[in-house]
Design a protein around this ligand. Structure first.
Ligand code: TYM
Length: 326
């Protein structure tokens, strides 16, 4: 199993319910590699000191959310050079047109019109290299990353067809609740750590009052029924968040709030989220204060990842005909 998060901003509850939370649930059953995707992060401008500190902060969140470094390799992408090396090989099997059609590439071009760089376009190939290096069968992600996992499948198949069976064909693993949390201010848009409006997203680091205040301000509609439906994007999003955090299905969430007014409903969602976040936040702070411990975990994670990655890359180099000496 493989997945990653970019250290490109403060984590939102979407990153938690769409990915990290699910990794924790799977770590007992799979051979897991979970990375901090700092090479992906630089495809949009990052302040170097902040990128470095966010990398450690993200590692501390991984552990605080319940990942166990004995069960999975937790590491920083740039510390395993094979990611960049395999990307180069896969680049020659990937068509420019395919990359131009990627939804996230188009969105990012619109948002960063002054910085449409090669890395932004190559982002899905680097992601394919991440996944394929570890021969992953499953990639737990939120809905927005599904297209990227699908292109990784296409690239893997293409390589296998051209050079003989090498890569496993990965599948995205997307759970029913929490896989697509929308902005609290514009529920037609994904909640994103890079949103300029801080009221649009709830960060994992937000304190209880902030969490509840953001939910109380969430955009809803002029109706008064707490029901899940396509026409009620705001309420449906809040129900989805509640379901993900309370560990119940949408129907049960609807039942809980039948006949309850919007104000009371929004406060209840905020309280439920804040209750889940409180112990994780305390643990993250504690772990982040112990830099030696964190460095040790990332070092052994990188060593484990390196071993696996080196094995795959050497096979790939042999198959494509790269000279490797004796
Ligand atoms: P990133 O950092 O944008 O997001 C990390 C994970 O969080 C999920 N996610 C969401 N889930 C539900 N609702 C939301 N509003 C929401 N926002 C984000 C994302 O789907 C993702 O699972 N390219 C990846 C990082 C990456 C990666 C990989 C993932 C690099 N290499 C290899 C899987 C496999 C990304 O942008 O994540």
């Amino acid at each position: 199993m493989y997945s990653a998060v970019q250290p490109s901003g403060n984590l939102t509850i979407g990153n938690y319910t769409g990915s990290i939370r699910n990794w924790v649930a799977f770590q007992n059953d799979y051979d897991c590699y979970f990375a901090i995707a700092n090479m992906h992060a630089i495809t949009v401008r990052q302040e170097p000191a902040q990128l470095r500190s966010r990398t450690l902060e993200l590692a501390a969140w991984y552990l605080a959310c319940g990942l166990d470094a004995d069960k999975c390799a937790l590491y920083v992408q740039s510390q395993v050079p094979q990611h960049a090396e395999l990307t180069w090989v896969l680049n020659s099997l990937t068509y420019v047109g395919e990359m131009q059609r990627m939804t996230q590439f188009k969105d990012k071009c619109a948002r960063h019109a002054d910085n449409i760089n090669m890395g932004l376009m190559d982002y899905p190939v680097l992601m394919a290299a991440d996944i394929l290096l570890y021969l992953a069968d499953y990639v737990p992600v939120g809905v927005d990353q599904k297209q990227h996992v699908e292109i990784a499948r296409d690239i893997a198949l293409r390589f296998n067809n051209r050079y003989s069976e090498t890569f496993r064909i990965p599948e995205p693993l997307i759970l029913k609740t929490g896989a697509k949390i929308m902005s609290l201010q514009d529920p037609s848009k994904k909640m994103s750590k890079s949103d300029e409006n801080p009221n649009a997203c709830v960060f994992l680091a937000d304190d209880r009052d902030t969490v509840i205040r953001k939910f109380r301000r969430a955009v809803t509609d002029s109706d008064n029924r707490v029901v899940f439906s396509e026409e009620k994007q705001g309420i449906s999003n809040l129900l989805g968040i509640y379901a993900a955090f309370a560990g119940v299905g949408i129907e049960e969430a609807e039942k809980t709030f039948a006949g309850v007014g919007y104000g009371e409903f929004k406060t209840a969602v905020g309280e439920t989220v804040a209750d889940v976040l409180a112990p994780i936040q305390a643990e993250q702070k504690r772990i982040l204060a112990d830099k030696d411990y964190l460095n040790g975990i990332l070092k052994s994670g990188a060593e484990r990842a390196y071993k696996a990655a080196r094995k795959t890359l050497s096979k790939v180099y042999r198959k494509v005909g790269f000279f490797q000496g004796d």
